[in-house]
Design a binder for this molecule. Structure first.
Ligand SMILES: C[S@@+](CC[C@H](N)C(=O)[O-])C[C@H]1O[C@@H](n2cnc3c(N)ncnc32)[C@H](O)[C@@H]1O
Length: 335
């Protein structure tokens, strides 16, 4: 099992990236792998047996490079965590750090897929994350830059985490503003089809976006700041009531809902809306999805007297157009 970032890094990577070596070696607890310079063949050692394998897909040089750049990510993370920058460079800092996270996550997912393809792992990861690089940077920027830290009561919440790359990013934001991050997911993917509305029936399937709690924990440890992250496992129909009964007075200072389907969104909003503090941020991934319109309207989420609202696309471009599918993610601030 891969335990820490150190598992991924081997000193030789530096020499390889500098062009001084013909091979790149990556060691983990269970396996080590040696790539030749063409990036076409790998020499995989498992249980002391060496196999020479032609890679089953093009292993992006970019992905390898990002493993090599892992130290840069670490530096950026420390930089953000220590708040050692002037405010105006915050946005740039978040974006460049998230770029490294995404590159590393992509590389590691490629590696996992590779091991699955050669029959050496049954970890089921085909995609490393399901959010756009820019939209998550914008959400985190809003959370960090909105004076939530001192003025808004409550903690940070996330509903729907898939592999936990977004959770890692949110953990950096929640750590920055000194709040806890509570993340809810089934860790079994989407619930059954009776949860889907309209076109969602043709887009989604039961168990889509399934990733294990173990993988999420590792991703938060690798890419984020795990100290104050609490993962709550289970379908929302059970987990939310249990959690909020135990934490009756808890308030929400910031929240990201990315659960795709109308009924899941509805279940989350039933608990979230009454707990949003004035000044809190609510980010909704499927804000402009027609099939979720009725649900969002029921919860008053298009009401500009209650919220300041704008939308953002995958690249992080911002729009005031609340009906454009291209700008799918809504960012709302409660007045
Ligand atoms: C699109 S994925 C989340 C993507 C993630 N935020 C990211 O940026 O990569 C949707 C997630 O919502 C979870 N989910 C949806 N409906 C759920 C429900 N009713 N109960 C628990 N989890 C649910 C799924 O397990 C899945 O992890």
């Amino acid at each position: 099992m891969i335990e820490s970032k150190k598992d991924y890094i081997h000193l030789e990577t530096k020499a390889f990236s500098a062009g001084n070596l013909d091979t790149l070696r990556i060691d983990t607890k269970d396996w080590n792998v040696l790539f030749d310079k063409s990036l076409k063949y790998s020499y995989l050692t498992l249980n002391d047996k060496m196999m020479v394998t032609e890679l089953p897909f093009r292993f992006e040089p970019m992905a390898l490079k990002s493993i090599i750049n892992y130290e840069a990510t670490e530096k950026a993370k420390t930089y953000i965590a220590n708040k050692t920058f002037k405010n105006k460079s915050l946005h740039r800092m978040i974006k460049s750090h998230f770029f490294s996270i995404d590159q590393n996550a992509y590389a590691l997912a490629q590696l996992s897929n590779y091991f699955k393809a050669v029959g050496k792992s049954n970890r089921n990861v085909t995609k490393e994350k399901a959010h756009g690089f820019g939209e998550m940077a914008q959400i985190v920027y809003e959370i960090i830059n909105s004076n939530i830290e001192s003025h808004v009561e409550g903690e940070v919440f996330e509903f729907g985490c898939f592999t936990g790359i977004g959770t890692a990013k949110l953990s950096i934001a929640s750590n920055f503003i000194g709040k806890k991050l509570y993340t809810f997911d089934s860790f079994q993917g989407l619930p059954g089809e009776h949860y889907f509305e309209g076109e969602q029936k043709t887009i989604y399937c039961e168990k889509d976006y399934c990733a294990s709690k173990d993988l999420v924990e590792r991703n938060i440890a690798l890419h984020g700041i795990p100290d104050d992250v609490v993962l709550i496992e289970g379908y929302f129909s059970n987990s939310l009531e249990t959690f909020f009964k135990k934490n009756e007075d808890i308030k929400i200072a910031a929240c990201f809902i990315d659960v795709d389907i109308a009924k899941s969104i509805d279940e989350c909003l039933d608990f979230v809306i009454p707990r949003l503090s004035p000044g809190s941020i609510l980010a909704m991934h499927e804000y402009n999805d027609q099939d979720n319109f009725k649900t969002l309207q029921k919860h008053n989420l298009f009401n500009s007297e209650l919220y300041e609202i704008y939308t953002v696309n995958h690249n992080g471009d911002i729009s005031e157009d609340l009906n454009s599918n291209l700008y799918g993610c809504g960012i709302l601030r409660k007045k």
